[in-house]
Design a binder for this molecule. Structure first.
Ligand SMILES: [Zn+2]
Length: 610
């Protein structure tokens, strides 16, 4: 029974276009390349739900998705198409969008494909006609700008970077907005770009200077390309995509990671994390475990050099372990985490690793980035001002990037849509709840229609209530992520507390016959604890409560104050009913808030303690 249900779920997922859900279906695109034998005992990856299967209730995640969808719906279509029309020598009515986007600017039209991706995903979530119609108009108008000479890519700094985003947009236009013309457009766009792509994955040349001849792709980021090409290969069966996916696999980087070498220091952070999703995808597509090893070890190295917020890459680069560089960056490095792009790449990578390994630590990591980075991003403004870096200095504040429509204005709308596919996963035996966002989640449990509704104020409150509805009673496992910090967590089913110990750092499995009206109460005590920025700065700590980093607000006190005793910081008390904590020591009182609750205030993520 369960088995046949699994097969049907798989078909539904494939029909919806969510690819790479398991090893079996992918052998078809693996071709003749040497393949390592898949480990017989490892289960298939967890199944990603469709965008429409997770509907958020009002809250910060729902708000961010709603705001970004509206921003994209309001973008002027002639302005969006202008770089493509002008570079093709076509009439280009209307004005410029500005910033990075313009025809001969830093990255012409670079976010166009990402915005099509995001719109298509928003259509998949809400099913609304205006969003679908905008996707189809943009694809049709873009198709009219493609010429066989690829004029768009001439004197273009980022052929691979921009082509990759266009490919992603066209793939999602087909997968999520049902635009059949997107496939032919993808074929033409690919053939136009190919002459301008480098022969193999080339690392971003960190020494290239603005104004330098970039015809040799000195700044391009071709190594992020394979993931979308694997998707395109499965969607279209056009062999050109599998060739491109393989050609741009960044084997110099991946094989070194798989061998256990730390090759991160000095590398550009976001693009290399993004490339690790290509490694995870290559593992699923080609069945080569070396690529899985690269993604997993790469993640471990990134995790080891992350801030307490889950962010990484001060000044957009990885640091050397043992150098104390993270702590040193707090002095004057205002560019601490390329937040929307970094969070988008981090969500994708941890989603792959969670699905493949079922290890909840990837969910813990995703959750840290959600609450301490992504949800605190100031909304993109209609004129293109966009949040870019998180500032972790001792007198930090939120700002926009100096240039309008930067890369992060392309990734934030996609990220906000992707919360939907990151919240829960299924397998033949039940459901895994990963993020405790208020939502209604629908899935098929073999022949039954199942729904779990999540109600919670988490992470400001420790209690999460899950209510089940089923078309018929069904026996399956409801698995709840118990974060590694959640000592003392408990679960009650229909008011009866579970006798089995709930172990932090696991998925707690409740297997029983579930019926409509069943109710589960999960309690995750929001333990307060201190985390030093790195081993070289043991007295520079962040205060955490559950997944939240509590940041000190500097409005009413100077940035440089005497160090606090650890126990005073740990004893921070939350004001009743408020999203604010107070630390009292001697006559001094400090206020602390989570990143998402900070607006124009100056703040300090890290505090000095004795
Ligand atoms: Zn960015």
């Amino acid at each position: 029974m369960i088995r046949s249900g699994f097969k049907r779920d798989r078909r539904e997922i494939l029909k919806a276009g969510a690819l790479l859900v398991g090893g079996g279906a992918l052998g078809a695109i693996g071709g003749a390349r040497a393949r390592s034998a898949p480990a017989a005992e490892s289960p298939a990856p967890l199944i990603e739900l469709g965008y429409s299967q997770v509907q958020f209730e009002s809250g910060p995640a729902e708000r961010q998705a709603r705001e970004n969808r509206q921003l994209l719906l309001d973008l002027d279509e002639d302005a969006l198409l202008r770089p493509f029309r002008q570079r093709a020598g076509l009439p280009a009515p209307g004005g410029d969008l500005g910033g990075w986007y313009d025809t001969y600017a830093f990255a012409p039209g670079a976010t166009f494909g990402q915005w099509i991706c995001a719109l298509a995903r928003y259509h998949a979530i809400g099913g609304d006609e205006p969003t679908r119609a905008k996707v189809q108009r943009l694809v049709a108008a873009f198709a009219a700008t493609i010429d066989s000479d690829g004029k768009f890519y001439r004197d273009n700094r980022f052929p691979a970077y921009i082509y990759d985003k266009l490919a992603g947009g066209l793939i999602d236009a087909k997968r999520y907005a049902g635009d059949d013309r997107a496939i032919a457009t993808l074929s033409r766009a690919t053939r136009a770009a190919i002459p301008y792509l480098p022969p193999h994955a080339v690392p971003r040349n960190e020494h290239a200077q603005p104004g330098e001849d970039f015809s040799r792709h000195a700044w391009d980021e071709s190594y992020t390309l394979p993931e979308n090409q694997f998707f395109a290969a499965q969607l279209t069966s056009d062999p050109v995509h599998l060739d491109l996916a393989r050609r741009f696999l960044y084997d110099d980087f991946f094989l070194a990671l798989a061998r256990g070498e730390n090759v991160l220091p000095g590398k550009h952070a976001y693009s290399h994390v993004n490339a690790l999703s290509s490694a995870a995808c290559a593992h699923l597509a080609l069945g080569q475990s070396t690529y899985f090893d690269a993604a997993q070890r790469g993640f471990d190295l990134i995790d080891a050099q992350s801030f307490a917020t889950g962010g990484w890459g001060p000044d957009e680069h990885f640091v050397a372990p043992g150098s104390g560089a993270l702590g040193a960056s707090l002095i004057d490095q205002h560019k601490s985490f390329e937040t929307p792009c970094g969070a988008y790449a981090h969500f994708k990578l941890t989603r792959y690793l969670l699905r493949i390994t079922r290890d909840p630590r990837y969910g813990d990591s995703m959750e840290r980035v959600l609450y301490n980075c992504a949800l605190g991003a100031t909304p993109i403004q209609p004129d293109g001002r966009a949040f870019y870096y998180s500032d972790y200095t001792r007198a930090a504040h939120k700002t926009f990037h100096p240039d309008r429509w930067p890369c992060c204005s392309g990734t934030l709308p996609m990220l906000a849509a992707d919360y939907h596919v990151s919240a829960c996963f299924t397998d033949p035996h039940g459901i895994y709840v990963n993020l405790y966002i208020p939502a209604r989640i629908n899935w098929h449990q073999d022949t039954a229609i199942a729904r779990v509704s999540i109600a919670t104020e988490y992470p400001y409150d420790s209690t999460v209530t899950l209510s089940l509805e089923l078309s018929q009673p069904r026996t399956f496992a409801l698995r709840l992520r118990i974060p590694a910090w959640a000592t003392g967590a408990s679960v009650a089913v229909n008011g009866k507390r579970s006798a089995a110990p709930i172990v932090p750092g696991t998925f707690a499995a409740i297997e029983r016959e579930w019926r409509s009206g069943d109710r589960v109460e999960l309690d995750l005590p929001l333990r307060q604890r201190l985390k030093p920025v790195d081993a070289e700065h043991p007295n520079t700590v962040a205060l955490l409560a559950g997944p939240l980093v509590l940041m000190r607000i500097l409005d009413e006190e100077p940035a440089s104050t005497p160090p606090l005793p650890r126990r005073a910081l740990l004893a921070a008390e939350r004001a009743l009913g408020k999203r604010q904590w107070t630390v009292s020591h001697d006559s001094r009182k400090s206020q602390l808030r989570a990143f998402a609750d900070i607006d124009a205030q100056r703040y300090s993520v890290y505090q000095d303690v004795v």
